[in-house]
Ligand binder design. Structure first.
Ligand SMILES: CC(=O)N[C@H]1[C@@H](OP(=O)(O)OP(=O)(O)OC[C@H]2O[C@@H](n3ccc(=O)[nH]c3=O)[C@H](O)[C@@H]2O)O[C@H](CO)[C@@H](O)[C@@H]1O
Length: 359
């Protein structure tokens, strides 16, 4: 009997890869051979090939979907077309039972090719409003799963279901003592973890670093500042540990942390919710995005899980005040989070995806 196959796609930022990372071991447990179609130089390549040598990574040509003018807007449609041809060739050869797409611009040609090759495509949207890539992909897909109930208002009724968030099981296995050791912290102060999404945020980094002398009187600080965004002048400052990006250590750092300051990317905030971490969310502004993080953050505030500080209002003083609000209300935030719906397990999500497989 031939080994059944599944093709996964999604990339551009880690937010479009993390669900796939969670699902891979569970597809493998069920005996599936896995193939990942991603871009040549996106973060998905490193995240998948470094951690999952059993998954075959197929790089394709891909364009970027920009909301602003660039000369590349003229050449990129050809790259997407070329990516679709490469995907079609691969899909006809691999003959997977189903394609699962986590979105991001690289997924568009794969999804289009899936339709042409007559292979069922299931897509996933983690934000309140569907992203541009998923909007383009939707006509070619069999079904779309969402994290937020509110997203269903923007999608065709017969083709969409809210499944809620799915969390990597490894994140629940953190050891706080190992986390403190990474920072060189002795555990006497409360710990704040700062994460500016998967790429780090210069705006948040600057504000945090300005407030650092004040912050360090009360807290120890883990700062996940993003690739290329370390500040060498702060190396060795006691109580401050800056790291560009962490992989397996993230669970330890989170378990050692009392408060999180973060962008409001969907995957991140549901991880903090699952771990019951009081959070201060600073969403990416509407000038720099379609405003999805603002909606995510406002909803989390309404549900009593988070305090929100808008980027336009971010100053040293407002940051200090907002951290104090989270600190003073942390037990209420935790109580609300304890009442929230539990995330789906990756194995349950795998079952939902396989319901669409081609027999
Ligand atoms: C700038 C941009 O386009 N942001 C979007 C992107 O965010 P982004 O890529 O930042 O995605 P998320 O915040 O959703 O997820 C980041 C993921 O990276 C992980 N992580 C982060 C830092 C680190 O050091 N180690 C690590 O493992 C987090 O645990 C999380 O699983 O996708 C999200 C989900 O569609 C959207 O809501 C965001 O608006």
């Amino acid at each position: 009997m031939k080994t059944p196959k599944v093709v996964l796609t999604g990339g551009g930022t880690a937010g479009h890869v993390s669900l796939n990372q969670a699902l891979i071991p569970f597809f493998m447990d069920r005996g599936y051979e896995l193939h990942y179609i991603g871009s040549h130089d996106g973060i998905e390549r490193e995240l998948i090939t470094d951690s999952f040598p059993e998954v075959t990574y197929h790089p394709i040509s891909s364009g970027k979907l920009r909301r602003y003018f660039s000369v590349k807007n003229f050449s990129d449609p050809f790259k997407v077309l070329s990516g679709a041809m490469q995907s079609l060739f691969l899909l006809r050869k691999l003959k997977p039972e189903v394609i699962f797409s986590k979105g991001g611009f690289v997924s568009v040609p794969v999804v289009m090719a899936g339709k042409l090759a007559n292979i069922p495509v299931v897509i996933h949207e983690s934000d309140v409003t569907p992203g541009l890539a998923n909007k383009l992909a939707l006509p070619f897909a069999q079904h779309i799963f969402t994290v937020f109930e509110e997203t269903l208002e923007h999608l065709p009724a017969g083709k969409s279901t809210c499944t809620g968030a799915v969390i990597r099981p490894g994140l629940f296995k953190g050891n706080p003592r190992n986390g403190l050791k990474v920072g060189g912290f002795d555990g006497t102060k409360k710990v704040i973890l700062i994460m500016g999404g998967s790429q780090g945020s210069v705006t948040i980094n600057d504000a945090v670093r300005k407030l650092l002398p004040t912050l360090l009187t009360e807290y120890d600080v883990f700062h996940l500042c993003g690739k290329g965004k370390l500040d060498s002048s702060l190396e060795g400052v006691k109580g401050y540990k800056q790291l560009e990006y962490v992989t397996t250590e993230l669970s330890d750092l989170l378990s050692a942390s009392d408060i999180i300051i973060s962008r409001a990317g969907s995957n991140s905030i549901f991880e903090f919710l699952a771990l019951k971490k009081p959070m201060l969310l600073i969403p990416l502004s509407a000038q720099q995005s379609r405003g999805d993080q603002i909606l995510n953050a406002k909803l989390f505030k309404k549900l009593g899980f988070a305090e929100v500080l808008m980027e336009e209002e971010l100053t040293e003083q407002s940051l200090e005040e907002s951290i104090a609000i989270v600190q003073n209300h942390s037990s209420e935030f935790i109580a609300s989070m304890q009442k929230a719906k539990q995330p789906k397990t990756p194995d349950e999500m795998v079952s939902l995806i396989l319901d669409y497989k081609q027999l």
